[in-house]
Design a protein around this ligand. Structure first.
Ligand code: NAP
Length: 263
């Protein structure tokens, strides 16, 4: 049964993989849903199943988030819906392109979906969440935010998601709005095929199912985690990493160049 207290969750990229699992789990928790992706036929099929299984309301927005007009249409729909309590910015695409040979349009589409749409959709719902002082934004990044060996374009988009979300956490501090960044590693979805690679080439012991990934990320959200890395065995690693990074940042600030540049 739809639980009016839960409100409505907007899930982008719900037509497959991680987004489809989020839709299923959130429906199970009693959220009504707004599902967004290009393949509206798949969204309709999922919506029908979830309405039947959970008795919730589901609406579907077929939209290409790399298209300015479509993106604004989604922004308009979700910014004016006062029932929205959760946004899962999950839609994304990857690829191991290197700059010299990447198709410029493919690179631009990746940046538009992974970065621009995530930013604009966050901007669309945040004022409403803050004014109602409740709800959450979940941004799906990637462990490749911290590794550039598969090319800088995808990694760069996900590093943006991490930094953007971290700053957003600071922005909502002191309110009842939660912000979480999720860092999937290799996850078995269509993502790999879409990116032109094969998950069979990845050591299978590091491949997670989308079900495990989403279930862990939702436990992290319920625990109030700001930074959820489902494969990270020791959560102290998050603070250790952030501490080292903060220390490095401090060491980059001085009024004069270092001695090695002035000898
Ligand atoms: P997936 O199965 O390929 O799902 C990607 C989703 O994004 C699909 O629903 C797709 O829907 C949607 N999407 C892609 N381009 C879009 C566009 N232009 N407009 C609207 N929607 C678009 O891949 P996934 O693994 O579930 O990926 C979900 C998120 O996890 C992504 O942000 C990805 O970067 C991240 N991630 C995945 C892995 C992994 O190993 N799978 C690892 C780290 C991070 P349509 O095609 O119907 O539009």
């Amino acid at each position: 049964m739809s639980n009016q207290d839960k409100g409505t969750a907007v899930v982008t990229g719900a037509s497959s993989g991680i987004g489809a699992i989020y839709a299923d789990r959130l429906a199970g928790q009693g959220y009504d849903l707004v599902l967004v992706a290009r393949r509206a036929d798949r969204l309709e099929e999922l919506a029908e199943r979830l309405r039947f299984a959970y008795g919730i309301k589901v609406s579907v927005i077929g939209a290409d988030l790399s298209d300015d007009g479509d993106l604004r249409r989604v922004e308009q729909a979700i910014s004016t819906d006062d029932s929205v309590t959760l946004l899962v910015n999950n839609a994304g695409l990857g690829g191991a392109q290197v700059v010299a040979t990447a198709e410029a349009d493919v690179a631009e589409r990746m940046i538009k979906v992974n970065v621009v749409a995530l930013t604009r959709l966050t901007r669309a719902v945040l004022p409403g969440l803050l004014s109602r002082n409740r709800g959450a934004i979940v941004n799906i990044a990637s462990v490749l935010a911290f590794d550039t060996s598969f090319g800088g374009i995808y990694s760069g988009t996900k590093a943006y998601v991490v930094n953007f979300t971290e700053a957003l956490q600071r922005e909502v501090a002191g309110t009842k709005v939660a912000v979480q960044v999720v860092l999937p590693g290799a996850t078995r979805t269509e993502f790999w095929e879409v990116a032109g690679s094969d998950i069979a080439n990845v050591p299978q012991e590091i491949v997670m199912t989308a079900d495990d990934l989403v279930d862990a990320a939702l436990v992290g959200l319920a625990k109030g985690e700001a930074f959820t890395a489902p494969a990270l065995a020791d959560v102290a690693g998050v603070d250790a990493f952030l501490g080292v990074r903060q220390g490095f940042f401090g060491s980059l600030l001085a009024g004069k160049p270092a001695a090695r540049y002035t000898a």
